[in-house]
Design a protein around this ligand. Structure first.
Ligand code: SF4
Ligand code: SF4
Length: 338
């Protein structure tokens, strides 16, 4: 990596825990760039901002769509880093997609001293109720909309929002580290990512909420394994395959969705064969001659991860890719447009 140019005045950490750390936890879905955001933040803090610290991520199968957590710890230079456990009571929690809430217990350990940065179009008050937070500072930024408009990812928009909300993370240090990480290989992405960062910094809105008794504190709980050597299914078979009624993939979408126009659909079935997640809902119907046939009725958006393969395959223009935040919520509810 090239030598860094930015020289930043060291700012005292605003708050630390009993071990001397300011701790950040990022809750994300594979593909949104949380791992890279943690790396950039860690590098900037340690190499440019004068802190000691660490960063690591935890993820399952490393595939797009699975939960990812990235952790960053900062401490003053004379404090030794002797902790490598996940952050359970974050000073800053970052939520990369509001659709994750309810699927995963993302807000565990957040207290009225915490800052919560969330990618959402909601206001901080709406987000507080949505997250059911005891209290804290809530910083909302419509990161997915920014990323769609700038043709980037939500991670750089959230890095901008984190700088703004934290009051101590230096934006110039982060921007330099973003540029160095993209390097010569991805130099063509640098301008768009720096613009995404600037918009994430400028467009966020914060509000602080005291503990008013509205919602309780939710402590961090380590999730145990449901299956072990005593109750494993035969052959280790998974009993919750990807597309059951329980599986919600909404949080995997990066701002784009397919919209089904039923008036153009011939029920040819090509989209159904192409879709990796069996999102298409079929029913019995009759064709023009009165013959009984299977008819496509809707898209079940809960299972849709927004890959848009169905849009590519449809020869009848019955599927159109649209920006999710611009689509009428009724279409998302019904699964089709007329
Ligand atoms: S591929 Fe297009 S026309 Fe065929 S069933 Fe799907 S949406 Fe309808
Ligand atoms: S975008 Fe289309 S192909 Fe992809 S998951 Fe959604 S419905 Fe299926």
């Amino acid at each position: 990596m090239e030598k860094m140019k930015t020289e930043v005045e060291v700012v005292k950490l605003p708050i630390t825990n009993e071990l001397g750390f300011y701790e950040i936890r990022m809750e994300s879905i594979g593909g949104f760039g949380a791992n890279l955001a943690g790396k950039v933040l860690g590098e900037a803090g340690i190499l440019l901002m004068g802190y000691n610290g660490s960063n690591f991520s935890s993820y399952g199968s490393e595939k797009k769509g699975s939960p990812v957590r990235s952790f960053v710890r900062f401490c003053e230079p004379d404090v030794q880093v002797r902790s490598n456990s996940p952050v359970t009571e974050p000073h800053m929690l970052v939520i990369f997609h509001e659709g994750m809430v309810g699927i995963n217990p993302v807000t565990q350990g957040v207290s009225p001293q915490s800052i919560v940065v969330i990618a959402t179009s909601k206001s901080p008050a709406e987000a507080r109720d949505y997250l059911k937070l005891q209290g804290g500072t809530i910083h909302c930024v419509d990161g997915i909309k920014i990323a769609v408009e700038e043709k980037t990812r939500v991670n750089t928009a959230l890095l901008g929002a984190m700088c703004k909300a934290s009051g101590f993370i230096n934006p110039d240090a982060i921007k330099e580290t973003i540029s160095l990480n993209l390097g010569k290989k991805y130099a063509f992405l640098i301008d768009a990512n720096l613009k995404t960062f600037d918009r994430g910094y400028a467009e966020g809105v914060s509000e602080h909420f005291e503990d008013d008794g509205k919602y309780p504190f939710v402590p961090f709980k380590r999730k145990g394994q449901n299956l072990g050597y005593l109750n494993q299914t035969i052959g280790g078979a998974l009993t919750t395959p990807a597309n059951t009624i329980h599986k919600d993939l909404s949080a995997s979408r990066m701002g784009w969705i397919p919209v089904l126009n039923l008036s153009k659909c011939t029920s040819c079935g090509e989209c159904d064969i192409t879709c990796p997640d069996y999102c298409f809902v079929w029913d019995n119907g009759v064709d023009k001659k009165g013959k009984e046939v299977r008819v496509l009725r809707s898209i079940h958006y809960k299972h849709c991860k927004g890959c848009l393969k169905c849009v590519e395959i449809c020869k009848f223009d019955a599927l159109e890719s649209r920006k999710e935040y611009e689509v009428d919520p009724k279409i998302l509810e019904d699964g089709f447009s007329e």
